[in-house]
Each structure stands twice: as C-alpha cells, then as structure tokens.
Design a binder for this molecule. Structure first.
Ligand code: NDP
Ligand code: 2IT
Length: 450
C-alpha cells in the first residue's frame, strides 16, 4: 500500500494518471514528490493558488522524432528519439540522454521530472529536461554508434542551444556518443558552441571531473551522512550495483576513503570479490573493450564468485549504493539488506529503489538518500562545465573536485535543514523534495503564468 497523498495534491495526481496513461515510472516519480508536499502547502498556500504543482507536472515541451540510420550491413534501421523539456524556471533545460531499448516516453518523463528537483537542489542555474532513444548500443560497432548519434542530432539540434536546452550523457551515452553528437551539431550549425552539450572530452571543451562526478558526488554525499553521526567510510563493507560510469567512480572514491567495495554487477549478473574490487581490472574490461563483469571473474581467479542473475542485494554490506537503473532494488532486496545489517542506502542511479522497498528500509531505521540529492554531483559538474565554457576557461582537477565536494555538502545540509524545518528530522526524502520544490516554485511564481 502506498503512503496516502495529502488531500491538497490528490486531484493533481489523479490528473497526472489520466493525462499520461500507462507511464508508470512517471506516475511513480510524481507520487514520490507529491507525498512530501503536504507540510509545504500547509505553510505556503500560494503554491496551490498559482496551480504551481499542476504546472510542474506538465512538461513545457515534449519532442518525439524518427531516427533512421543504416547498420554495417547496409540495412535501414529505425528508432524513436525523445527530448522532454520539463521546466526552465531556473535556467536552460538540463539533463542527460539515455540510449537503451527500454526507453519510452514514460521513462523520459520520470527522469525529466526528477531532474527539475535535482537541478534545483544543486543551487545552480539549471532547469530540468531529459531525452534519449530506444536504440540499443549493445553489440553495435563504433561506426554504427556514430551514424546513429549523427542521425539523432540531425533532428535534435533545432531544439537545443547553450541558452535553451543542454543535454549530456546517461545510460548508454558517454564521451564517445557526446563527441559524435557535438560534431554533428557543430557541422549543421557552423558554430563551435561548447556550452550546448556537457560531458565533452577534455580537448574539446569538457570539464575535468565530469566523468567521475556522479560516482564521486554520491560517495561525498554518503561521507556527509556518515560524518553526521561521527562515522566514516574507514573499514566499511560496501555493495555497488552496476558497472558503468556511476558505479566505477563510486567504487574509486569509496576505496580512496577507506571503504571496501566487495560486489558490483551488470544486467547479466554480479560478482563478489572479498578482497575488494580491483578497479584497474574492472576499468580495463569495461572502458577498454566494453566487456562484462563475468570477464572480471574469469580474469581475477577462483576467489571471485560470479552469480548469473540473482540479486546483488543478498551480499551482506554496511552501505549499499544502487548505481544501475530504475526499480532495481525491490521490496525483497530491501528486506535482505535489513536482515544483513545494512545501515545506509544511497541512490547513485535515478529511482532505483521501489516505493515499498523505501518503506521497508525506513521502517527498519536504515538511512536512505534519494537520487535527486545523492546523484546530483553529475549534473552539478555539468553546470560547472557550462560555466567554464561560458568563460572559455579550464579548471584544474583539484579545484573542480573541491567545488563538487562543497556542492554535495551543501545539498546534504540543505536536505537536513529543510527536513527539520518541516517537521521531519533526518528524513532525506522529505528534505530533498521540499528544498528542490520551493526553489523552483518560487521562481515559477516570480515569472508569472507562462
Ligand atoms: P552506464 O550506461 O554507464 O551504466 C549502466 C550500468 O547499469 C551498466 O552496468 C548496466 O549493465 C546497468 N544496467 C542498465 N540497465 C540495466 C537494467 N535494466 N538492468 C540491470 N542493469 C542495468 O550508465 P550510468 O552509469 O551513467 O547510469 C547509471 C544510473 O545512474 C542511471 O540510473 C542513470 O540515470 C543514473 N545517473 C547517471 C548520471 C551520469 O552522469 N551518467 C548522473 C545521475 C544519475 P549492462 O551493461 O548489462 O546494461
Ligand atoms: O541523471 C542525471 O542527472 C544525468 N544523467 C546527468 C545530467 C547532466 O546534464 O549532466
């Protein structure tokens, strides 16, 4: 049974379901925010007067387009492209592009909706948006990835711009794909407009630390949670799901801070390495030749277990970081984590924990950090990339990492202060939702009915 919604937003939620049929992930993301808003509306009735919440749930613009391309055998392939420009009250639409076969409008809208509040929480001038395609990059050659990315940008270019909408990466989109899309944008527009995309390579306008930022940021956030109770990562046993961009750099920072990551995964299975994940080997397998975690087990030797299928959350740990995809941590996984003594769950991925799983964790006293706070370091560093592009500057690794760490500390403190203020001490979900909401809602009120 889901938590009851405050009366004041019940009709908004019903309208979201009616107007967006079948988009279950979007419904889930909206509900999760609305559940937190009761105390805010009670205190500030102006948010209902302006229909701010209803307007927030309706994207400013939704773009759906055809993406034709030819594969290496010369056959015509067809995919669908999306960009949902959700809210630009605080700045240009900002958010990643996801290339994965599961992408449809409901996924893009859930991600775009989350992005509004996440970006607001960073305190930086960025609105919320998200995009992507149902294109499956797995097994595709470099030439196919390039042709697809170019065709995708051939339509997308007319909708984006450094002051309008600034996409970046997400699942299936990294520096390689951003490069092909940036190249095509540059060719079509005849502009070297660095600030139109983030996550670029370092020699063509990218920022140091952007690659590492989401994983590092999530770990900085957990570090703050630990510090808040006089604790640290030293000696902690950690499980990180996924083995992509976010997971790899989360593992790196945890090891730097004295924790040990004993398990990670991909969509086929998970590995357990009691000596701690050998990150050089994992990076070589994933980044070097886009391999699988099963290859890691084969390369590292008999002490590493590879479990095909199964749940990585069965592996006992002190801290769990879901860093793969939405709804990857369901109720039974939460129960297993509780049973095995886990004390902190922080979302590196977007909405990886199901609503019932969150309830199980909270009822058991597990401290839970939602993605819109814990994984905001990626988009925050994208905003720092935009800042460097605008000033034609390039900052050092140390300076940029320090900025990221400060931002994560501020987000952490903002969550706790806001939770206190609204009568939910220690509740990172309420704190993140309310702090994210009030900043964007105030800007919407100031900008009038648009
Ligand atoms: P990557 O494509 O680099 O890696 C994704 C990882 O998750 C892979 O290990 C992949 O395994 C696994 N995965 C993806 N889909 C599924 C699935 N359906 N079931 C099981 N495993 C799956 O993506 P990122 O690391 O960039 O993104 C991971 C998460 O973090 C996403 O939720 C994303 O939205 C979120 N995020 C990313 C940010 C960024 O800056 N990149 C910023 C903030 C959040 P496989 O290879 O088998 O598909
Ligand atoms: O979910 C996210 O915050 C991202 N994929 C990063 C977005 C960005 O614009 O850097």
């Amino acid at each position: 049974m889901p938590q009851p919604l405050p009366d004041s937003v019940q009709s908004v939620f019903e309208e979201v379901i009616r107007r967006n049929p079948g988009e279950t992930e979007f419904h889930q993301a909206v509900r999760e925010v609305l559940e937190s808003l009761g105390p805010v509306i009670a205190k500030h009735p102006q948010y209902t007067d302006g229909e701010i919440i209803r307007r927030l749930c309706e994207p400013e613009r939704q773009i759906i387009f055809r993406v034709p391309w030819t594969d290496d055998a010369g056959r015509v392939q067809l995919n669908r492209g999306f960009r949902v420009e959700f809210n630009s009250a605080l700045g240009p639409f900002k958010g990643g592009l996801r290339f994965h076969p599961s992408v449809y409008l409901g996924i893009v809208k859930f991600l775009g909706f989350e992005q509004i509040f996440k970006n607001s929480l960073t305190g930086l001038p960025i609105g919320g948006g998200k995009g992507g395609s149902d294109f499956d990059p797995k097994g595709r050659s470099d030439a196919e990835i390039m042709r697809f990315s170019q065709s995708f940008m051939t339509e997308l270019y007319r909708h984006i711009g450094e002051y309008t909408d600034v996409p970046a990466g997400d699942i299936g989109v990294g520096t390689r794909e951003i490069g092909y899309m940036f190249g095509q944008y540059k060719r079509i527009t005849n502009r070297y407009e660095s600030g139109v995309l983030t996550g670029k390579g370092l020699t063509w306008g990218g920022s140091r630390v952007r690659t590492e930022a989401t994983g590092y940021g999530a770990v900085f956030f957990v570090d703050e949670m630990l510090r808040a109770t006089g604790d640290s990562f030293e000696g902690k046993r950690v499980v990180v799901s996924g083995s992509g961009n976010v997971a790899i750099y989360a593992i790196e920072k945890i090891h730097q801070l004295g924790g040990t990551v004993v398990a990670c995964s991909d969509s086929n299975g998970y590995i357990v390495d009691e000596q701690g994940i050998d990150l050089d080997l994992l990076k070589e397998i994933k980044n070097g030749h886009r391999g699988r975690v099963a290859d890691y087990a084969a390369a590292r030797g008999a002490h590493v277990a590879y479990v095909e299928g199964g749940s990585i959350w069965d592996v006992p740990c002190d801290v769990a970081l879901p860093c793969a995809t939405q709804n990857e941590l369901p109720e039974d996984a939460a129960r297993a984590l509780v049973r095995n003594g886990c004390t902190i769950v922080a979302e590196g991925a977007n909405m990886p924990t199901t609503p019932t799983a969150i309830r199980v964790l909270r009822e058991a006293g597990v401290r839970f950090a939602p993605g819109k706070a814990a994984n905001a370091g990626g988009v925050a560093t994208s905003a720092l990339e935009m800042q460097q592009n605008a000033s034609r500057d390039s900052w050092s690794f140390e300076h940029t990492e320090e900025r990221l760490q400060t931002i994560m500390r501020q987000i952490h403190d903002r969550c706790l202060t806001t939770a206190d203020e609204y009568g939910a001490p220690g509740d990172y979900v309420a704190g993140a939702n309310i702090a994210g909401f009030t900043r964007v809602a105030d800007a919407m009120l100031a900008l009038g009915l648009i």
